[in-house]
Design a protein around this ligand. Structure first.
Ligand code: ADP
Ligand code: MG
Ligand code: MG
Length: 889
């Protein structure tokens, strides 16, 4: 015989917290609480297996279910000394749904079930409070009528409103027994009219009606949608809990409430919650009456806390708080009711909390000895750390919403409006905080985006240039705010009839996409305290090293502040866009022959040397991976006519010649064009200059600081010969510089693995490489045959329709791209057992991708500076989970 029904309370607990899948979260925890002697009204849980059986069997219950329910109900009757449907001492129950995970869309709880025209009399006499009995009856008809019978709740409210008008009162609580009796009559008549049947009077009919409604709600459209969005399989099913009622609405020594064992927004170890005297169930959250604070500490002047109003019950609850935390070893979200000063527990579960609270609670619980450090590490969601690393808007401060766009990069920023990257840089150098406002951004705006506190664009989506670059830099960004009209000529932006000018202050919230006119108060992030403690623990637990992608001193500084253990990717082309150098870059591109190119490159050499020296100094001997020039040359040439003329004039060159060269260089598909090491093969002098800058800088810095460890990285290698040729260029320069200076420096030469061919040929390529760095952005593009810049048009639909589980540019595609990474790692190590392996795509900061990197045992991940803490924590979690897995199988 299958056990379909599990008892809890009054000394018989068939279930426990471990049976969540079978009993649902609510049922499992009611049994658990009862089994540790907390005051839980007795009841029983009908298992989730009944739900599955019900749907598998054409919506019929298992044959022996009814008998099991009857037995369990009899047990409750005996435990509380009341009988279901008894005219003198009626048992009333609640019917509550409860799946494995809490799920909106499921049927609401029905309270006071078992009341009818006869039992209401028994309740009135037994409690000595007729008003309470009739109030309970009308609540029951209302709840059952709307939840189970599907009567529109407005129909009930109309009847109460009429009753209040007739009695000339404002509050529900002012209605008398007779008023409630009239309301009940009105309800019954209305329900009969609406459903064509009288309101069910037989408690057994009521009970099975409610049970069937819970199981029925499992397949309603709302629940189906929620399950689809959250990957919850339909065959999990829901459980049904039937529980003896306790009454919080029997007078002023009664109450109902919800609370958290610690403050869920700050994490402070304070008892936090709300309660209402003389109230039932949903009254606290329904908003009809304003709930009061639980503890004195949170009461405002004039508010009476439960601590003061019901001191005995509060003391009892405070003890329960302690017991529950010690038992569950986590912050709990509790629902309770007080009946005539006696406390009853109705629910407990792990409480939802803010990012800041999760951090504080994890660290404090470990310090209290409640959990160990690894558990503390696992408790904090790495993605949520992002919120903590940026300033946020003070929720208490006043704001004027100007417009809304996409939340493209988290953090909040205020500053003066500027419309160009140059102006942003100029004003930032003077110490002004600026917000760069553009219709959209392009690679030429990088320096301005860097200088700005935040970026606002009116066009483009979450993967637009502005969004991707801002996230990388850790700059707050609101993208695609289509409601804003930007006029570069007039230097204004307007939205909804409000006009702002250059220099006016705006505030953006990159976490919500909101834009406000004027300054808004900010809360600065806290990097010490619990944050520092938890990161320290994470560092002890992880195996993967964490580096940062950084090319400017500011980024490198930030990276170190956040704990980066080196630079995993320094993109040298970003250094070329600087206004002081772009001229020489363009001269190099325009030169007709190698001599001309070398002349221009000679001008660039000192700049590059300075760039690298600055990075090396900041990194103090930590490894620095420098990628040689990667993008196609035409990216450095001017685009529009006006700009073209300007550049020609500045360089003293012929406009037509520049135009012709730009056309010559233009490509149909630049992503697959003349770029990466292909440039190095065609123009050896470019990589030679960069290598020279690296070696000279390293030797210079080594004189006064810890010796730098440059790792020179060749991009877009697909054929071993490409690596051989470019490697030879670098080694030749190294020899020259070492001979010229009489000093040597340790260095290594490696390659990006970002083409499928490179991954498949990794054993051969490894012969010429000291390290591999997986460039998973390009690898994803080339494995899928998908351009990231164009994918925004359809990729979101792919994810919505479940064609792809996740955006493969955000979280690594383990099956496809990951397979190539695995192959390359294995083949590479087969050739060179000590080959250093890292990852430097956007994926390096994504927790799920980091777990994959741990699984294939890469040596390090590299991500944008602001994501370094996220990566440190995610790497620790991956290591802990990996160790747990190994010890269980
Ligand atoms: P939800 O899943 O929406 O939280 P619950 O099943 O927890 O729904 O019920 C909501 C509220 O109803 C509870 O917080 C409690 O106040 C009240 N309630 C449920 N069962 C009982 C009961 N047996 N006695 C008294 N109140 C109850
Ligand atoms: Mg609840
Ligand atoms: Mg690349």
């Amino acid at each position: 015989m299958t056990k379909w029904v599990y008892n809890f309370g009054a000394g018989v607990n068939d279930g426990h917290a471990g049976l969540r899948n079978l009993l649902g979260g609510k049922g499992a925890n009611l049994a658990e609480m009862a089994s540790i002697d907390l005051p839980v009204p007795p009841g029983f849980t009908i298992t989730t297996e009944v739900c599955t059986a019900y749907y598998d069997n054409n919506q019929n219950y298992p044959a022996d279910l009814k008998a099991q329910v009857d037995t369990a109900l009899t047990r409750i009757e005996e435990a509380v000394g009341r009988k279901f449907g008894d005219g003198a001492k009626p048992l009333l129950v609640s019917v509550r749904s409860g799946a494995r995970v809490s799920m909106p869309g499921m049927m609401d709880t029905v309270l006071n079930l078992g009341l009818n025209d006869s039992t209401v009399q028994g309740l009135a006499v037994g409690s000595g409070d007729a008003r309470f009995a009739w109030d309970s009856y009308r609540r029951f008809i209302q709840m059952y009528g709307s939840v189970v019978l599907g009567v529109d709740h407005h129909r009930f409210e109309e009847i109460i409103e009429t009753a209040k008008l007739d009695a000339d009162v404002i509050e529900d609580t002012a209605l008398t027994t007779e008023d409630w009796q009239r309301v009940v009559e009105g309800y019954k008549a209305m329900v009969a009219e609406e459903t064509g049947k009288p309101f069910p009077q037989d408690p057994a009919d009521q009970l099975w009606g409610a049970i069937s409604a819970v199981f029925g709600s499992w397949m309603n459209p709302r629940a189906n949608t929620y399950r689809r969005l959250h990957d919850i399989p339909a065959n999990w099913g829901t459980a049904v809990n039937v529980q003896a009622m306790v009454f919080g609405n029997m007078g002023d020594d009664c109450a109902t409430g919800v609370c958290f064992t610690r403050d869920p927004s700050t994490g402070l170890n304070e008892f936090y919650g709300e309660y209402l005297v003389n109230a039932q169930g949903e009254d606290v959250v329904a908003g009809i009456r304003t709930p009061r604070p639980l503890s004195k500490a949170y009461a405002k002047p004039g508010e009476i806390s439960m601590e003061e109003a019901l001191p005995e019950a509060y003391a009892e609850l405070n003890k329960v708080r302690d017991v529950l935390e010690k038992h569950y070893k986590d912050m709990q979200d509790i629902e309770f009711t007080v009946q005539q000063n006696k406390l009853y527990m109705l629910q407990t579960r792990a409480g939802k909390r803010s990012a800041a609270a999760s951090l504080r609670i994890a660290v404090e619980m470990a310090d209290e000895g409640l959990i160990d450090r690894n558990t503390a590490i696992m408790r904090v969601n790495p993605a949520a750390l992002d919120q903590l690393l940026h300033p946020t808007l003070d929720p208490k401060s006043e704001k004027k919403l100007f417009a809304k766009g996409l939340p493209a990069s988290p953090g909040a920023a205020s500053g003066a409006v500027v419309f160009s990257a140059d102006e942003a840089e100029l004003r930032a150098q003077k110490g002004d905080a600026v917000i760069l406002v553009r219709i959209e951004t392009s690679p030429e705006d990088i320096h301005g985006m860097h200088a700005a506190r935040g970026i606002l664009t009116t066009r483009g989506g979450m993967t637009s240039h502005a969004a991707v670059v801002a996230r990388g830099m850790g700059r707050p960004c609101v993208a695609g705010a289509g409601g804003i009209n930007v006029d570069y000529g007039a230097q204004t932006l307007s939205a909804g009839g409000v006009l702002l000018r250059a220099g006016d202050i705006v505030t953006i919230d990159g976490a919500t996409g909101e834009v406000f006119a004027g300054a808004v108060k900010m809360i600065e992030p806290q990097l010490s305290g619990e944050f520092g403690t938890l990161m320290g623990w994470a560092d002890q637990a992880r195996r993967l090293k964490v580096r940062a992608n950084a090319e400017t001193p500011l980024d490198a500084d930030t990276a170190r502040k956040f704990g980066a253990e080196g630079i995993g990717l320094s993109r040298t082309e970003h250094m070329f866009f600087d206004p002081l150098r772009i001229g020489a870059v363009r001269q190099m591109i325009m030169a007709n022959d190698e001599a001309g190119r070398r002349a221009a490159l000679t001008k660039l050499l000192p700049f590059q040397r300075e760039d690298f020296a600055a990075l090396f100094k900041i990194m103090e001997g930590l490894p620095v991976t420098i990628r040689l020039l990667d993008p196609p040359l035409h990216e450095f040439l001017p685009h529009g006519e006006a700009e073209l003329a300007e550049v020609a004039h500045a360089l003293g060159m012929d406009e037509a010649a520049i135009k012709a060269r730009a056309e010559e260089l233009s490509e149909t598909n630049p992503m697959l064009g003349h770029r990466g090491c292909r440039l190095g093969v065609s123009y050896p002098e470019i990589y030679e200059m960069q290598a020279r800058a690296i070696f000279e800088a390293a030797i210079e810095v080594a004189k006064t600081s810890p010796a730098p460890v440059p790792e020179i990285m060749i991009p877009l290698v697909g054929i071993k010969r490409e690596l051989d040729i470019t490697r030879a260029q670098i080694e030749k320069v190294a020899k020259e510089v070492f001979a010229e200076t009489g000093k040597t420096i340790e260095y290594s030469i490696g390659t990006m693995i970002e083409l499928p061919r490179a991954a498949l040929m990794a054993d051969v390529i490894a012969e010429g490489a000291d390290f591999f760095s997986f460039g998973t952005n390009d690898l994803t593009q080339t494995v899928f045959g998908l351009s990231r810049d164009d994918a925004g048009k359809f990729l979101p639909h792919y994810v919505e329709q479940g064609i792809l589980a996740k955006d493969p540019f955000v979280s690594i595609d383990v099956d496809g791209v990951g397979a190539l990474v695995r192959i390359a790692a294995e083949k590479g190590r087969a050739t060179k057992p000590g080959l250093k392996l890292g990852i430097c795509g956007e994926h390096g900061g994504d927790p799920a991708s980091i777990a994959f990197c741990e699984a294939v045992k890469l040596d390090y991940v590299s991500c944008s500076p602001y994501r370094v803490p996220v990566a440190r924590l995610a790497a620790a979690q991956a290591a802990i989970e990996g160790a747990e897995k190994n010890s269980t199988d």
